[in-house]
Design a binder for this molecule. Structure first.
Ligand SMILES: Nc1ncnc2c1ncn2[C@@H]1O[C@H](COP(=O)(O)OP(=O)(O)O)[C@@H](O)[C@H]1O
Ligand SMILES: [Mg+2]
Length: 250
């Protein structure tokens, strides 16, 4: 589904991502871990085709991200759940959800859906699936953080990409709701065999909900393993914690 070959990203003198090569198979459930500033968002943006590497290459489903047109091509392949959700707060929920069709419809028809949402059943079904079916006409700004996250997921359901990339999807909700949201995210991805890649701040949640972990530190790969093979020593090295603390976060 994704292939990076010596992909590098720099911001001026800062190496946000040192040359990285990896392959991610369709249907994988992968967590990106590492301290703040380690390059997780940069890697997600490269995988999403939102930014291009300075060196090396990134391919999605066998096609270089440089040749994928934003909008239609890219929207069918990857759906992004940005940190802070990227919803338009002043709009009703239904319009934010139908924005997921932007890639298919183009701007004209999508704007039309703002005036007259003809695809209401599509939006309603997606909102039902993520448990906020009663919020169709609610102003998005009035929803809680967790509800807005669900609306962002409903928008992805409507978009139907082959992979979901989520940037710290549960960092703004309380621990109990974080579990609910991750369960939902994993279920929704699994239903259609979608690849799921999420940057995760909370180590225990990353280990519980994902099957593979890619860990970064200062833009360098620290380890890339099956979750079941991640050790306390791995986590200690990653976060520079003392042993006892590593045991606690696990
Ligand atoms: N647009 C940008 N311009 C300059 N520096 C950036 C930009 N985006 C990210 N960085 C820097 O790149 C490094 C990696 O950032 P990021 O990928 O956001 O890390 P993470 O998501 O793990 O916190 C950080 O040092 C950050 O300050
Ligand atoms: Mg980040």
């Amino acid at each position: 589904m994704f292939e990076l070959v010596d992909a590098t990203k720099r911001y001026g003198p800062l190496v946000a991502l040192a040359p990285l090569s990896l392959t991610i198979t369709a249907g994988e459930r992968l967590a990106l871990m590492g301290p703040s500033g380690s390059g997780k968002t940069t890697l997600l943006h490269l995988l999403a085709g939102v930014i291009q590497p300075d060196e090396g290459r990134v391919a999605i489903a066998g096609r270089s991200t440089e040749t994928l047109r934003p909008g239609r091509d890219l929207a069918r392949l990857v759906g992004v759940m940005a940190q802070g959700f990227d919803l338009v707060p002043s709009l009703a929920v239904v319009h934010n959800v139908l924005a997921g069709r932007l890639g298919e419809w183009g701007i004209g028809r999508s704007l039309l859906s703002l005036v007259f949402p003809r695809e209401l059943p599509l939006a309603q079904a997606a909102l039902n699936r993520v448990g906020v079916g009663t919020k169709l006409y609610e102003r998005t700004a009035r929803l809680s953080g967790g509800e807005q996250q669900r609306v962002a997921l409903a928008r992805l359901l409507v978009q139907q990409p082959r992979a979901i990339l989520a940037d710290e999807p549960v960092s703004s909700v309380d621990p109990a709701r974080a579990e609910d949201l991750l369960t939902l995210l994993v279920e929704v991805a699994a239903e259609d065999g979608r690849t799921l890649i999420a940057s995760m701040h909370a180590v225990p949640l990353a280990l519980r909900y994902f099957s593979r972990v890619i860990a970064l530190r200062h833009g360098h790969l620290v380890f890339d393993r099956a979750t079941t093979a991640v050790t306390e020593a791995d986590l200690t090295a990653l976060y520079d914690l003392r042993q006892e603390e590593a045991r606690d976060v696990r």
